[in-house]
Design a binder for this molecule. Structure first.
Ligand SMILES: Cc1cc2nc3c(=O)[nH]c(=O)nc-3n(C[C@H](O)[C@H](O)[C@H](O)COP(=O)(O)O)c2cc1C
Length: 323
């Protein structure tokens, strides 16, 4: 095969693998263009949550997870590549440089990409070990963001912030209508969160899971979150490019957590509302900007995970420019 054809094939495969990436309400707000031996990433305004996420923070975090997933797929094929970032469109351009034998950890990350999912069942009473938390913090740092693990007092403050953010969002009629359009039911169109991924009832935990305003069919388990670890993903800047890069770190962290059998549940509510975002910022000692709060914990392996959430078909999100 000609070199140019090999590169093109690898880029299409990478964009295809990125379909597995997590996104806010499973909006999958990205689009790819394969052009001139490079892969261009674009945000898609029609799949932005304009009421919940007017600044595009969550959209860009989601595009960042897709960007990282595409890079993991290239790494798994041994493709060394460069990435050019931009605060504008395209958000990023990936250029493969040369192919080398794939590293075993790259293959493992690619496998994790296929099994990772958001699991909203309650966690067990088994804590995530300290050295695992240290490993996750290291992975996050290597991808350009940082992870702040909350102490006991801060968990209470997080619970209050989550609650306030939930109240603010539930009182906003337009936002509630927007959520209802993306969440619940069977999601035959390939986007959104199906009922099968949502708890039958929002579990009674200290820090509440997001209340999507609709009941699902997932048996969440009667557990609590006493042994859960709460953390905040954060970094130095608070602009569009920072959010995109934070999404890459979220993806790296989530794949590493999956590999360690640690369940990661994002809690984005307190980041979406300005005053609870300030609370998170204070929790970080004002040394950085919060991108996402999350729960880390272990799940009972005896019970099966929720089924995979749907994805848009490749043809709808990947354009191949001939040449
Ligand atoms: C930036 C971001 C924010 C998210 N926020 C939440 C949240 O607040 N609550 C929640 O239950 N899930 C949250 N999720 C998980 C998404 O709903 C989930 O990734 C999506 O539905 C696709 O499902 P999957 O992760 O199982 O592939 C978030 C995901 C991302 C990427």
């Amino acid at each position: 095969m000609r070199h140019a054809d090999e590169v093109k094939r690898a880029l299409v495969q990478a964009a295809d693998a990125a379909r597995f990436a997590p996104s806010i309400h499973n909006t999958q707000p990205w689009r790819w263009v394969v052009r001139d031996g490079a892969l261009e990433l674009y945000g898609v305004a029609e799949r932005q949550l304009h009421e919940q996420d007017p600044s595009g923070r969550m959209l860009l975090l989601s595009c960042g997870t897709a960007l990282h997933h595409a890079r993991v797929a290239l790494d798994a094929e041994g493709w060394r590549h460069e990435v050019e970032y931009s605060a504008d469109e395209p958000l990023a351009v990936i250029r493969p440089v040369r192919q080398v034998p794939a590293r075993p950890e790259a293959t493992r990350h690619f496998q994790m990409l296929q099994v990772r999912r958001t699991d909203r069942r309650t966690v067990t009473d088994e804590r995530v070990p300290e050295d695992t938390l240290r490993h996750l913090a290291k992975v996050t740092k290597e991808t350009g963001s940082r992870l702040h693990v909350l102490g006991r007092d801060q968990v209470i403050a997080l619970a209050v912030a989550v609650d306030r953010a939930q109240h603010a969002e539930s009182a906003d009629g337009r936002l509630v209508a927007e959520t209802a359009a993306w969440v619940g039911g069977e999601r035959a169109e390939g986007t959104g969160i199906p009922a099968s991924a949502l708890p039958e009832e929002v579990p009674l935990t200290t820090v509440a899971e997001r209340d999507f305003g609709t009941r699902g069919t997932l048996a969440a388990g009667g557990g609590h979150d006493r042994a859960a670890t709460y953390a905040v993903l954060y970094g130095d800047g608070d602009g569009p490019e920072d959010w995109l890069r934070a999404g890459e770190a979220l993806s790296a962290l989530w794949l590493a957590a999956t590999e360690q059998a640690v369940n990661l549940l994002p809690l984005s509510g307190p980041v979406e509302i300005a005053y609870t975002r300030r609370t998170l910022r204070r929790m970080l000692g004002d040394v950085g900007f919060p991108y996402l709060a999350m729960r880390l914990g272990t799940l009972d392996p005896a019970h099966s995970a929720p089924p995979r959430t749907p994805r848009l078909p490749a043809g709808q999100i990947i354009d191949i420019v001939p040449g």
